[in-house]
Every structure is written in C-alpha cells, then in structure tokens.
Design a protein around this ligand. Structure first.
Ligand SMILES: *Cc1c(COP(=O)(O)O)cnc(C)c1O
Length: 367
C-alpha cells in the first residue's frame, strides 16, 4: 500500500467498524426486526405530530442550544437545564466525551461485553482501551477498579449493559465512583434506564448532582421510539457541559428531533405503556425460553440474551439462519465475544409468540 496518500491519526485504522443489527430478511416473509432494541410500540403520537409540523419551517436553522428540549428534560427529571447537553444520539455525546478527555497515552476502561461504541470512541482519539473482566456477564466494580492506572482518564459503564441486559446496583456504582480519583471521569450510559424495575437501580442522577467527575447519558432511541431522528442527552457537571458545548457542532441536533423529543418526553402515558408491555413480555419470554430448555441471562432492559451453546459453536448461527428465513431478525454477538448467544429485542405480541414458536421448531429439528 502506498504511504503517499493522507494518513489518519494513529489508532483509527485499528478500529473494527460498528456492525448495526440486520434489518433485512427474505422476500415475501413478514419481518420482525428484533435486532436493535427498538420499541415495538413506536413513538408517541404527539411526537409524530410535532415531527410533521417541522416540515413547514425547514428553511430555518434549529435552535442551536435546544432550549425547549433541555427545559422539557429538566422539568421531567427535576434537573437543571444548564447541566444538560443534547446530541445526535448518545453516540455523538460518547464520542465528544472521548474527544475532549482522551488522547494518545491515556487509558479508558470498559467491560468485556460492554457497548462496542466505547472502544471505537477510545481508539478514534488515539487512547488505549483497557477491558475489565465481568462476573457472570455483569460488570464487576472490583475488576474495573483493578484496571485503574495513573493513565486512566475515563471509565465507561453501560447500566444496564447492552448486549447482556445485566445491571450494577446503585450502591455498587457509588463504590466504583468512590474508588476513582477526582480527575477520572465516570460515564454512566443509561440508555435503558426507563425500562428497569428494580429497587436497587438508579440511572445516576444523584451521583452527577453530587460530584464533579460523573456524567449520565440518556437516549430517545429506545423507549421513546425516536431512533431514526438521532437524539440523546447528557447530564453532567457544569465544567463538562461547558467543554462539550465548545466542541460540538453548533447545530448538532436537528429541528425535527427537538420538536419530537419535547412531545415524546411529555407523553408519560406512552412511556408507562411501553414499560408495562416490556415487563409483561420480557417475563413471558424468559419463561418460554426456559421451557425450551435454553439458558437466558436475566435482563432488566428491553432485550435478552438467549444462549445456544454446543461443541463446535455452530448452533447459534444455525438458529439465526433458521429464524431469519422465517422473518425473525435477531442480533448475532460474535463481535461482542458471545458467539453462542443471540440477542432478542422484546417485540410485539405477534413477534414474541412467533419467535418462540420458530425457535421451538428449530430445536425440534436440530436438537
Ligand atoms: C442504544 C444504545 C445507546 C443509544 O445510542 P443512540 O446513539 O442514542 O441511538 C447508547 N448506549 C447503549 C448501551 C445503547 O444500547
């Protein structure tokens, strides 16, 4: 290869590209996309309406500080709007945090089956990713703390984690924070927080309010059903908010996303229905997979891991191919180091029942 052409910064060519969930299946079969943790209930009707109305004013730049949206979020969660930054998905905010706080020679920690956007954001800035072992597919505070070195600048924790669906109780998150030096940034990625129904879980709002080195990421892509619009937000200390506001694009969040986001966050009934739907069908799916003799990892999110272990590691890919033929698109997890598992998003009643029936058929045929 010629060295004559422009060269990217060190680390970038070592990045394995993010592989999104599949969205295609065979022609003529009803597709159930259960590969990207999207909500089967769609967004709030009010959000769709607000989105449509923006078509009348497309010639205008959006409000670069997303004032209405930050006000709506602040009101909903009892936060200060000055401490919120919105982004084109929380992915953008994760990248901005990495860009601001990581560079060559720095280290950032995430866990074995942590969200794969973290290593990309770390390497894109020339920093080194340090991977902490998990305990039974769950982030381990002790293991993370054991990875801390004088070079550690950022710790990324998805809570609950994707793709495992497991979570770290808030007391443990506090213990993690307590073990970090004041100049290490703890990034709590709470993309699935709304779905969690556990008394010992918190997304991290109080920790952010209390300390100068914690931020929390949230998204409109999951329970709010606005993944197509790319919208997320970060709650953080004023100094971090000031840093992100300096380096983000001046109009990083578009007008349609702002309008739909405000409407979505104000439609509490829709969110409650979505939590209800999810809890019911998550429990049902766990029971059905157990009945089929399959191990599932207990999940607090809107998805679950189904394990299909075998001798030569082929069963999960055979099951995946069998399910795709019947229109059920799940997520293969080879790139997450989980080649024997498939991740299924909780879908509509028809999708959930159909998927369990199809997997049962696969097991009957293949054993
Ligand atoms: C889906 C997801 C996000 C959200 O990403 P967006 O860019 O807001 O769509 C963030 N973190 C985790 C762990 C996720 O699974």
């Amino acid at each position: 290869m010629s060295e004559q052409h422009p060269q990217p910064q060190p680390g970038i060519l070592g990045i394995a590209m993010y592989v999104p969930g599949k969205s295609k299946g065979p022609e003529g079969v009803t597709l159930h996309k259960l590969s990207s943790n999207e909500t089967p209930l769609g967004p709030s009707d009010a959000a769709k309406l607000a989105y449509g109305e923006v078509s009348e004013t497309l010639e205008f730049y959006p409000d670069g500080s997303a004032t209405d949206l930050r006000a709506a979020i602040a009101e909903r969660y009892g936060l200060s709007a000055e401490r919120i930054v919105c982004g084109a998905g929380s992915d953008e905010l994760l990248s901005l945090v990495a860009q601001a706080y990581l560079g060559p020679g720095d280290e950032a920690i995430y866990t074995t089956h942590g969200f794969l956007v973290y290593p990309i954001a770390i390497a894109a800035n020339g920093a080194t990713a340090v991977v902490a072992e998990e305990d039974d597919l769950t982030a381990s505070v002790d293991a993370i703390l054991a990875c801390v070195s004088p070079r550690t600048r950022v710790v990324f924790l998805a809570n609950p984690n994707n793709p495992t669906g497991t979570y770290v109780p808030i007391d443990e998150v506090r213990r993690l924070h307590a073990g970090l030096a004041a100049d290490v940034l703890l990034v709590l990625d709470a993309a699935y927080a709304e779905y969690v129904r556990r008394n010992d879980y918190e997304a991290g709002i109080e920790l952010v309010s209390q300390f100068d080195n914690v931020v929390m990421m949230r998204t409109f892509s999951k329970i709010f059903g606005l993944a197509a619009l790319r919208l997320g937000w970060m709650y953080g200390p004023e100094h971090v908010v000031g840093v992100l506001n300096r380096i983000r694009g001046p109009f990083n969040v578009n007008a349609a996303a702002i309008a739909a986001g405000v409407a979505a966050i104000n439609d509490r009934a829709h969110v409650e229905n979505s939590v209800e739907h999810n809890s019911h069908w998550l429990g049902w799916l766990e029971g059905e997979f157990a009945r089929l003799g399959l191990k599932v990892t207990p999940s607090v999110g809107n998805f679950l891991l189904v394990h299909l272990p075998d001798e030569d590691g082929k069963r999960a890919s055979e099951a995946d191919a069998f399910l795709v033929e019947r229109g059920f698109i799940l997520r293969r997890l080879d790139n997450y180091g989980l080649p024997n598992a498939l991740r299924m998003t909780v879908g509509s009643e028809a999708a959930n029942r159909g998927m369990v029936a199809a997997l049962g058929e696969f097991l009957d045929r293949k054993g």
